[in-house]
Design a protein around this ligand. Sequence first.
Ligand code: 28G
Length: 643
Amino acid sequence: MTKSNYTAKDIDLLEGLSGVRKRPAMYIGSTNLYGLHHLVWEVVDNGIDEALSGYGSRITIIIHKDGSLSVQDEGRGIPVDLHAKAKVPAVQLIFSTLHSGGKFSSAVYKTSAGLHGVGAAVTNALSEYLDVTVYRDQTIYHLRFEDGGKLVTPLEELGKTTKHGTLVRFKPDSKIFPSVEFKWETIYNRLQENAFLMKRVRFILKDERSDLSHEFYYPNGIREYVATLTENKKAIGPILFFEDEVNEIKIECALQYCQDDYNESIYSYANNVRTIEGGTHETGFRLGLTRVINDFVSEHNLLKGKAKLEGSDIREGLTAIISLRIAEELNQFEGQTKTKLGTPIATPAMNNFIYSKLAYYLNENKEYAVNLIKKISDARDARLAARKAKEEARKTKKVKNELIISDKLTPAQSKEYGLNELFIVEGESAGGTARKGRDRVHQAILPLRGKPLNTDNVTMERMLKNEEFATIISSIGAGVGSHFDLEDAKYGKIIIMTDADTDGAHIQTLLLTFFYHYMRPLIVKGKVFVAVPPLYRVYKEANKKLTYRYAWNDKDLEKAKKEIGAGYKISRYKGLGEMDAEQLWETTMNPKTRQLIRVKIIDPLIVENRVSVLMGKDASRRRKWVEENVDFSLEDTFLEEIR
Ligand code: 28G
């Protein structure tokens, strides 16, 4: 770069970005993989906003071999004219000014303003380089930043073109991010989600590191989203799809009921942002749904003399996607993570919307209506039966069903259930070691023989016949499926402890598949964990004194080698079985020294994709997937350290 190009204005702009570099987590949540991918979303969201405004129907993302990533849209191209006040090209400003998203966007419905929504300048601030190429007014424009947003190539013209759009290529700064490796699957899932929500837009993802590529294009939008989420389930009737505009809110909703599904899976969005914490639109949806079903039942004199249907009965086995488009000024986010819709009018809008659409549909499709009401009333009966059984058990003080539990479980002594931990351990021998090493007061051990049953695609009846799961269910003591009641759980933590190899990962997935289908509240409320055994032990014996360190990854290993000093030896743990009771306690079970990963459902698609690919019937699809994801870990299936 030539120093003379650098003006006082450029330096002012750079100062804002240096704040981002000093405290990146404030802007992108963290500097782990979550934050790394946030750089991608900021740029992609701008391309999506342009498409939402009606310009461009294709967005291409390429992961390059050098660790950079590029995003190209076919919109109008970012304006290059000098900004009236700042006197620098608008495009330069967008990549140098924080929060430029809100200020500069002309989109009526904006994607961002969600979790962090701080604009592409943040991506620039945290990149080794960032190139912007604009195709606009028959001209190719270009500018380049390096080293956290320093303008090294001011806006230049590269030639003529007939194209229009914007191309951004950036390489995350390895001084900021411990890992700068983009994950194919993380980006894949996010783009798929976006594609479902934007039926007009084609998303193309290419990975030059592995030659993988994929195109997402769903002309049927969220209908296909619901179809994907329910592809392994037994559907009751067709996927219903409704859309309307109410009080200037554009509403789309797709829903499907399934047999043998005891969960409610309602996923809502506002302007393409997933509203994880729900909010006013979800509230309205639930109100309207409960109202329309109960009104339909009483109008047609169904279920005479039977107990009222509750909302939970009506939502059991329901998978629904709700997508709202709200004008920017009405789009309010609240909640701890700003993923809760606060817009008040969304409640009556959704309430009336789902009421009128579904009432009409049910009256026009009596056969469907009868099947649905039957299913819902079965759910109500099951709920009442479970409650009655529970009350009986309490009356007869038969709660001491620990006695019925098979001899496989080594229980904890404490009756303070919330503090107790259930370790589900791979293998009888590791189970034995864990039994010896544990804290007897609060830790219970349940060893597993072999691989647990794959509970995807089997009925509950079949699952209950499986001894391992029967034992898990009775050990936890809180019921199963729609009868599951978190309050009755005998443990505050369920900890899956397996070897750190592919078999171990498979067992984790099988167990999580079970918890996901039959005890989902455990996962939703963050009660399920995966234990992380160490991979190495670094040790040395000198002057009859043994010193040692454990290492969970290669970084730890380097640190441990340094701490132990010259003459160290390394033993690599291949499985839990290689540790004695004391070592297992110290490294993997002791709450003070162990590492646990909390299981979360980050994204319904990630879970359903993984579950259906890994657990489904199609072996060739599974093999291909495993080949493509050789380094897969559960971390991004069910698990994520969200900040
Ligand atoms: C490829 C990666 C990410 C974008 C546009 C297009 C316009 C724009 C972007 O304008 C500043 C504020 C309001 C005009 C808007 C072009 C209007 C007319 C745009 C992107 C200037 C922002 N012509 N495409 N920003 N506006 N794509 N893709 O970032 O007044 S950002």
